[in-house]
Design a protein. Structure first.
Ligand SMILES: [Zn+2]
Length: 131
């Protein structure tokens, strides 16, 4: 096998752009005040994009903002007044923790439970990490 062939073989075994990963294009966060509540209008868009359960995502956002809320036909209604930037940074933190693979940085991951421990399993590189 010559050098070119070796190089080619190496490339076949390693997914392309391993270091850069393939990041989502994040939808723009749309929030609206409703009295003392903050409504995340396009909440379901994020859950769909991340391929995550709406309840899982909403619980995370609520915990991180230290408030309660509920899902109302694809919208997330949060108790309290929050700026759009606050909500955006919580959603970004969620993707770092629960969507992107810690090894290869790709978003092709699945959440699963093993012996009561939540694991993030990567479909691209096969890594499993507790989250
Ligand atoms: Zn991975």
């Amino acid at each position: 096998m010559d050098y070119d062939e070796m190089l080619k073989k190496g490339r076949e075994e390693v997914p392309d752009d391993l270091s850069s990963g393939e990041r989502f294009e994040m939808p723009e966060v749309k929030t609206r005040r409703e009295g003392s509540k903050t409504v995340l209008e396009n909440f379901s868009e994020f859950a769909d994009k991340f391929n995550r359960d709406q309840k899982h995502l909403s619980k995370y956002i609520q915990n991180e903002l230290g408030t309660a809320g509920h899902i109302d036909s694809g919208k997330l209604v949060l108790n309290g007044e929050f700026r759009r930037g606050q909500v955006t940074s919580r959603i970004e933190a969620y993707t770092e923790e629960y969507v992107y693979c810690a090894e290869c940085n790709r978003p092709d991951t699945k959440l699963l439970k093993e012996k009561g421990v939540e694991m993030l399993k990567c479909q691209a590189c096969g890594a499993r990490n507790p989250v």
